[in-house]
Design a protein around this ligand. Sequence first.
Ligand SMILES: C[S@@+](CC[C@H](N)C(=O)[O-])C[C@H]1O[C@@H](n2cnc3c(N)ncnc32)[C@H](O)[C@@H]1O
Length: 333
Amino acid sequence: MMDIAQLVKTSWDTTWNVFVKRRPFIFVLNSTLRCNLQCECCFRLYGKQQHTDEMGTEDFVLLFERLKRSGIRVAAFLGGEPTLRDDISLLLEVAKKSNMRTVMCTNCFILPQKIHEIGPHLDILLCSLDGYGDVHDQFRGKKGVFDTVLRSIEMAKEFTHCDIKIWARLHKKNCHQVEELVQLAKRLQIKIQFFPLLVDSKNKKYLEMTPEETEEVYDTIISFKKKGFPIDHEYGHLVSIRDHEPFVCNYGRTSLFMGPRGEIHTCRGIKDHDLCSYKEFVPDTLYRSEKYKQKIKRLKGCNACRQPTVMEFSGNLGIALLKKALYHMRDTS
Ligand SMILES: C[S@@+](CC[C@H](N)C(=O)[O-])C[C@H]1O[C@@H](n2cnc3c(N)ncnc32)[C@H](O)[C@@H]1O
């Protein structure tokens, strides 16, 4: 959790970056494409491929130095599975020393072995859950993953500065389990965020919820939130997902995304959204370029996903940032 002084500084830095310097403040990175699981609907079938040409530790250290100078204040490690990198705790430590808040999204499968080295350098831990019990294990392709997630969460609580959240993507196979998942979050005393599975291939369409299922499931989430369950979304966003309302995506203005070979994009997985390689990344030149401005403009109407990190900065960005600061203030007090 942030203290008040840190909160004021972060809010000021964010406002300065976005509105005065017109540059993003979040850097999302896929530090590896390797994965130890085989999810039924992975963006890239990570678990089924061998990947060797990842960026090395030294490349990251140099990059973080540049990111720090360019106003990046949050480093979010996704994957593949970030805990598979031998140097993950070092990378988190370097990001922290570069004045950034650190976030890691993980399947938790080997987290219990690594939490003691990772925990001290982590501000937000996002633990992925695709359902309760066996539903999760089946979707993730390995028995025992669900139990490991629970064990990881209990172990991570030792790091009291670290905000732990369940990240639950919703799909055909788990949309009847919302109650179990919110009860679980309550029992564990952590927050939960939901988002619909993004299906990007025709043969996985069977996993997509129908519009009616989406409405029903989001009605359920809203009713649990009203009862005080730790559901970490604004009502407005839940309603807009339920009602399939279009929204303005500000992801390009707030964030940059980097793939494991160092390719920088405005957003993950969107065709034609590549900007440059990290080797050619000169932040101020990039942010002034027409290419960058055009891509963030196009992203505004994308509406392909409803990821929490996308939704929380959607709409009027000034209002969204103010709400975020107030949210942290409530959490801090
Ligand atoms: C790509 S994973 C990488 C981190 C880690 N391996 C994990 O499983 O949490 C990051 C997050 O993206 C989500 N994700 C993966 N494929 C997705 C899809 N097709 N639609 C929506 N979310 C997806 C996962 O559920 C996870 O919470």
